[in-house]
Design a binder for this molecule. Structure first.
Ligand SMILES: Cc1cc2nc3c(=O)[nH]c(=O)nc-3n(C[C@H](O)[C@H](O)[C@H](O)COP(=O)(O)OP(=O)(O)OC[C@H]3O[C@@H](n4cnc5c(N)ncnc54)[C@H](O)[C@@H]3O)c2cc1C
Length: 318
């Protein structure tokens, strides 16, 4: 089922969803099943699977020269989505990124997903590759997520890249996009960020999943700005428990989000990881309770290898 159908059918009852990462290259899918088996007790409506672009690295050669090679740390997004749908009968949502893909490769991936019975995609630009300062599209690839949304929407109308419209070849993807309550770090200002978000919706995206945030006021202000800008699709809050002291620095650095001073102070006082986890879980439970009062349609959790803690939060709030 499409995400929008899940939300419609729930008629205001809160839903839960998770984001997981594919295993590192060479690792087994069984460990992932181990985490998902536990999370299934929370009855998720859908599970998002992240995509990790290929990186170019330079490998030293015996003659002292360097050879550029492409390496992918976490392949497997499409396969894992198919495995999840088969094993758990839960909708899986592959993340699609612009980075590292030409339009033709994207079209082929969409055709594979369509054959696999996957009806949802999250369309993203992706970050710059590790050795580039700014995002650089692949040759004949997309510069911004909106172009990816447009490509998927065109395929939904039966419009393939090099062909005339093929009516019987229409796909039927429900397209989601990313939103940033605290502004995307490259955006010139909040207004321009919302304007570009609105353009993604106008191009065919049907819901928004947000970057994580730890202060609900940021989410509710973001929703107000979206509504004022004419964005009326569901906005799904992205949520994560803080679990380690070092995340007070790593999370703002990686995800460009603030940690409220009360939460930071409580984590600073912790003497063990277990104490940090307890503080992070309590904070997230409170966040979820408030978000449910504000009618958030879905609570979307970034599980990031902490399925038990997320399970604890869901059990406490639903
Ligand atoms: C829910 C969620 C899931 C994610 N999953 C993944 C994942 O699986 N893999 C991964 O690599 N990354 C993932 N990311 C990270 C995401 O790819 C990065 O944040 C990336 O830097 C931006 O992606 P976007 O889709 O928001 O880009 P865009 O919507 O293209 O926006 C990128 C920037 O460009 C600006 N912009 C947009 N359109 C225009 C325009 N026409 N002209 C000028 N400026 C414009 C925006 O304001 C923004 O600053 C995820 C993020 C979120 C919130």
């Amino acid at each position: 089922m499409k995400v929008t159908e899940h939300i419609r059918q729930a008629k205001g009852k809160p839903l839960v969803s998770f984001e997981i990462l594919p295993p590192l290259k060479g690792k087994n899918i069984e460990a992932l099943y181990g985490q998902l088996d536990g999370l299934m007790t929370c009855n998720p409506s859908f599970i998002n699977v992240t995509y990790h672009r290929a990186e170019q690295i330079f490998k030293a050669q015996p003659d002292g020269s360097f050879r550029q090679v492409e390496t992918r740390k976490r392949p497997g997004t499409v396969g894992i989505c198919a495995a999840i749908q088969n094993r758990y009968k839960v909708d899986a949502i592959p993340h699609l990124v612009c980075g590292g893909f030409s339009r033709e490769e994207t079209e082929n991936a969409l055709i594979d997903l369509h054959y696999l019975g996957i009806r949802n995609v999250l369309a993203l630009r992706g970050d710059a590759s590790a050795n580039q300062r700014f995002f650089v599209p692949s040759p004949h690839g997309h510069q911004y997520a909106i172009e990816l949304v447009q490509q998927v929407a065109a395929l939904n109308r039966g419009k393939y890249l090099e062909e005339e419209t093929i009516d019987e070849g229409r796909t039927d993807f429900c397209i989601g996009v990313a939103g940033y309550p605290e502004k995307h770090f490259e955006a010139v200002n909040t207004d321009s960020d919302i304007l570009f978000l609105k353009q993604k919706i106008d191009a065919g995206a049907e819901y928004i999943i947000t970057q994580m945030f730890f202060d609900n006021r940021k989410f509710s202000d973001f929703c107000k700005r979206c509504r004022a800008a004419g964005i009326h699709v569901p906005i799904i809050p992205g949520l994560k428990p803080l679990t380690r002291k070092k995340q007070l620095h790593s999370i703002p650095g990686i995800f460009h989000v603030d940690i409220p001073k009360e939460l930071a102070a409580a984590i600073e006082k912790c003497k063990t990881d277990a104490e940090c986890e307890a503080v992070g879980v309590d904070w997230l439970i409170q966040q979820c309770k408030e978000l449910l009062q504000e009618q958030a349609p879905v609570l979307h959790f970034y599980t990031l290898g902490k399925p038990k803690l997320v399970q604890q939060v869901v059990e406490a709030v639903l």
